[in-house]
Design a protein around this ligand. Sequence first.
Ligand code: DX5
Ligand code: ZN
Length: 217
Amino acid sequence: MSKVKIAPSILSANFAKMGEEVRSLEANGADIVHYDVMDGVFVNNITFGLKMLEDIRPHTSLPIDAHLMIVHPEKYVERFAKAGADYITVHYEACKENLKEVLLLIKSTGVKCGAVINPDTPVEKIADIIPLCDIVLVMSVFPGFGGQKFIPEALDKLRAIKEIIDKSGKEIELEIDGGVTEENVAQIKAAGANVIVAGSTVFKAQDRRAIIEKLKA
Ligand code: DX5
Ligand code: ZN
């Protein structure tokens, strides 16, 4: 299995000092910055978009993982790539039959591409597409907000996707997002995830270095 990477979600950061927050993640051992883009339509919340990404880009050398929770993500792919994303992930639920096309569009920009499924979407919906992905993201909460409770059925999905990845013989990363804590992270890793998003768990902690180390260990 590829090395476990911790991807703190800056959805739980202080938006008034985002540059500093991102620098602190890198200084404290994070591997990826998880960047949650919400449009108030695909999900019931609004966060940040292209300008914030451009502005934080010079503050870190860590890869930035743009998780697009927006309708018509294909309209924004090129601009997120240009703004400095290293990964762009798009929801099956937002793309449906165009998912393959959108993934290819992301790839064509030179950025790593990924498909995301919500807790109520079965793995079968993306099974054929998985070999095309650089990363597959399993939502373990319904997207929209940080601090929700982990939905344990996500573990079965991780195992099923891991099997497909292993069979493909390709180096595809497997990411989990939502409700990750010190208590459930061991199970999540055992189920095959190697990119672990953690928002509230990292930003609520007194000691960011210690919590990131614990999640990684
Ligand atoms: C949820 C977002 C997550 C969120 C995770 O819609 O996609 O990335 O920030 O937050 P926690 O780790 O607090 O569940
Ligand atoms: Zn996310």
